[in-house]
Write a protein that binds this ligand. Sequence first.
Ligand SMILES: [Zn+2]
Length: 471
Amino acid sequence: MVSKARLLLGLLLGIVPTLGAAPEPAAPRPAPRPPNLLLFMVDTLRADVLGCYGNERIRTPEIDALAAEGTVFVHANAPVPATRPSIASLMTGVPADVHGVFSHQHVLSGQVAGLPRLAERLAARGYTTAALVANPNVDRVFGFARGFDHYEGLYETRHGRRPATSRDLVSDAAVVVSRARALIAELEPRRPWFLFVLAIDPHAPYTPPAPFDRIYNPLLAGSKLGKMSAVLDFDQRLKEGENPSPLAMRTLYEGEVSFVDREFGRLLGKLRESGELDHTLVVLTADHGEEFAEHGHRGHGKTLYEETTRVPLILRHPRWFRHAVRRERVDLLDLSATLLAVAGAQVPAFWTGRDLRGPLGQRSVVSSNHFGEYSSIAIRRGNLKLIKDDTSGAVEVFDLEADPAEKSPLRGDALEAARATLAARLDAYRKQVAALKAKLARTAVESEDEPVPEGIEKTLESLGYVGGKKR
Ligand SMILES: [Zn+2]
């Protein structure tokens, strides 16, 4: 028997007497809430224009500050150097060779059966899922909204306003970030959220707002040299074998980068103010890069040189992604797997991406491209990279350490040795893709089956896509 006095004393001291029985199990502590996930993707952002990736001229203080507190993946690649296929891979966790969305004729619709989506998996884990996209190439009509509670295209035509210039057809980063800030304020604070933000500023036309049009060259104030008509004229001259200077366009592109950097800082400011920053995994990346005649082309979706496929990848979280610089070869498929793993959601067994928190070791990273007349595949392993042009059959191998600009393909014995190793890896990749495709038995759907609203068509044209195709 336990006396009343002893019981009272026990209660006062916070000690529950055992009464001779087995102790009560302690109440389970609530599982910690999974972190919010902010995925900020900058369309067409090359890694090498950022200060934290070694650029000493272009000013990107906000992204550099994120890098100073987070983990920088130095060698990150896009699976495809084009918006729709690259984001399709990010959202499905599989290479474009599997999901089949390569060009602007393909849509990622519900008919791509058997492919779980990143957002669906997060929603099943209890996340509120939202997307704000400023590139109509991933509009909901192309099948990208599945799994999102909220999916919003930020193109002026969709808001019913009459655009003043072609540039106004898509919203700039100031509009996108203001919308993102407002959305974060509206989100239910007790549920974790996943917010995918796609800003489009560095994409052609290269027309940064003042003062970013003149920060790297005062003579470019108000310049028309980055307008779509000038860009397409430049492309035509390249095609005709001329050697036009890309300097003005490139400088205006850099102005766009600094502009989007400032706006990204405004978005992080919102998380800091609300005390959510340390409860959020912040990711900054890009869907692909941009070439400025380094290898005879401008834009993206044409070649697989590093200027079009090497993207920034920075993750910040006070527990999992503290300040570090990692040099393993990674790609956006690894990011898909990481977002699910960090959230405690189930990563599909057939995904090839790896959790970026863990060791990654030596691995091969593949990019592929099938876009109109352009068709090629690239594989990187260690310092070596092989690019095979499917149309001409030409194969080039580069040592990216010795020749990061990919100007001097290997020759002789060095070429033969490297080619044998990489070709074997590429064969293994192709077998893996074929097996997965057979398993999933999916097909990409021609966009002719899905009428594209006129507003979207017009906006795509303003970005240099004609009839849905890239010129
Ligand atoms: Zn893009």
